[in-house]
Design a binder for this molecule. Structure first.
Ligand SMILES: [Zn+2]
Length: 480
């Protein structure tokens, strides 16, 4: 350790002592710029993130807020983790010889989190004219068949992961196809870029073309092998992935639950209550169940590590159940519009005495964009159609810290807290002629401006707004 050690903050010294490790200041790197992150849930009561609140007019009053904005900040990185973070003026003296990258006119946020999408559907986005069940038969099943070929799977997996990075998405929970090789391909593509990624083999032993069907037993054994090979390796996690209740026999759902019992840290990732015809079909197939969620519940698949995509047509009882078990909902607005499925009621999930973990999700390929900005803009419209309002900061939360909490990864990612993994995105708020015209001049200096600029980024921005994407402190995408 060099002579600058005495300049470290007391907090940092404590960290060093408790971890028993020594940090060489010469190994640190820094990012200077304009930083925005969420430090709490703006949906929860007591949050101060409102333009109606007069004290919120200036940025100094953000202490009681769930957001943190640092107009000239410094992020200090050590081996891919956040070593220190704060105002540049307060920290710069402590790190005199820091190798610094400066983004003076860019906004830097935590990497975005997409908690539900399908990589085998990348090439069939924008498939015309159907609602859920016909869309699956017409487009999805034939497309997924091609993932039996490992070379094809690898090619799509690599394109898919690059597309995530190009859109500023640094963590994703993804459906693979039914073939175990399709899971290997995606994990390998993510691992090569050090991306945080959760995926799993689709389990599907009925109501699909024969070439796509597994059996209850083969799905169990294949999943088991994949979990042992990939779960917890580097930044990868496994999700037991029955497509949805109609395509699994009771025996397969039972074995899915057995996998959860055998491997308590894996996830359960599936679809729930997306389309009214689907609901009627589930009722037919599982006549003894009280509701769609109850089908999963009867097979012990509703846990705190369950991710349920859509949740559009849930009863209050089902919402309560999700809240009780602390399960997560993937809110997929572009997909829900595209397939005409309905409007997710976020107010029921996040208020009325409930605080369910909700994350934003593109649901590619029924979703119409990889961009989480575009996804957030559509989420806003879903709320508007129900006479609800989602604030810019609530939307921002859903795709950062809210997503991290939904995936139980908030100890690792989601904001710029010390010790977390340094996944972040550098945004250009003037990336297009329209955005530059809409947002002339420097970055915000008041709360009102900040809220306005953030909202304009969500509504008008897309992949062109991403200047750079960093994974564990390493730049993995650069727009230039
Ligand atoms: Zn989906």
């Amino acid at each position: 350790m060099n002579q600058n050690t005495q300049n470290l903050s007391p907090r940092l010294n404590q960290n060093l002592q408790s971890s028993g490790s020594q940090v060489e200041l010469s190994e640190l790197t820094g990012i200077r710029g304009v930083f925005l992150d969420c430090i709490n849930d703006p949906f929860s009561n007591g949050s101060n993130d409102s333009l109606d609140n007069p004290s919120a007019e200036n940025l100094e009053s953000l202490e009681n807020s769930s957001i943190r904005y640092i107009p000239d900040g410094l992020l200090v990185l050590n081996q891919g983790h956040i070593h220190d973070f704060g105002a540049y003026s307060a920290l710069a003296d402590r790190y005199p010889n820091l190798t610094l990258t400066h983004y003076p006119d860019r906004l830097i946020t935590p990497g975005l989190i997409d908690i539900h999408l399908h990589y085998p559907q990348t090439q069939m986005m924008a498939a015309y004219g159907e609602q859920l069940l016909d869309w699956l038969n017409q487009y999805t099943f034939p497309m997924e068949q091609s993932f039996q070929d490992p070379e094809h799977a690898a090619q799509v997996a690599n394109f898919f992961v690059e597309e995530l990075l190009r859109n500023g998405t640094t963590t994703a929970a993804v459906f693979a196809a039914v073939f175990p090789g399709s899971v290997d391909a995606l994990f390998a593509a993510a691992q090569a870029r050090n991306l945080r990624l959760i995926t799993g083999k689709v389990m599907m032993d009925r109501h699909a073309p024969p070439g796509l069907l597994d059996t209850a037993q083969s799905a169990y054994e294949d999943s088991q092998r994949l979990i042992e090979r990939w779960h917890g390796v580097d930044r990868l996690g496994y999700a037991v992935t029955p497509r949805f209740a109609p395509t699994s026999t009771p025996q397969q759902l039972q074995l899915a639950a057995q996998l959860l019992a055998e491997f308590p840290t894996v996830y359960l990732h599936t679809h729930l209550s997306e389309n009214l015809d689907e609901l009627a079909w589930v009722q037919e197939l599982f006549p003894g169940s009280a509701s769609y969620l109850d089908v999963y519940d009867r097979f012990a698949l509703v846990t705190s590590r369950s991710i349920f995509a859509h949740c559009i047509h849930l009863s209050d009882v089902e919402f309560d159940r999700l809240a009780d078990v602390n399960a997560a909902i993937a809110f997929c607005p572009t997909s829900n519009f595209f397939l005409g499925s309905g409007l997710f009621n976020i107010q029921k999930a996040k208020s009325e005495g409930r605080s369910i973990n909700v994350g934003l999700a593109s649901d590619v390929g029924a979703g119409t964009s990889f961009s989480m900005l575009k996804t957030a803009a559509e989420a806003y419209k879903v709320a508007q159609l129900q006479h609800q309002t989602l604030s810019p900061f609530q939307l921002f939360f859903l795709m950062t810290l809210g997503g991290a909490r939904s995936l139980h990864l908030a100890d690792h990612i989601g904001n710029f807290e010390l010790g977390k993994e340094a996944d972040f995105v550098v945004w250009n708020l003037q990336a297009t002629p329209l955005m530059a015209f809409r947002n002339p001049g420097p970055l915000p200096t008041t709360f009102r401006e900040l809220s306005d600029r953030l909202f304009s980024l969500l509504v008008l921005g897309d992949d062109r707004s991403v200047s750079a994407t960093y994974i564990m402190g390493q730049q993995q995408f650069d727009s230039v």
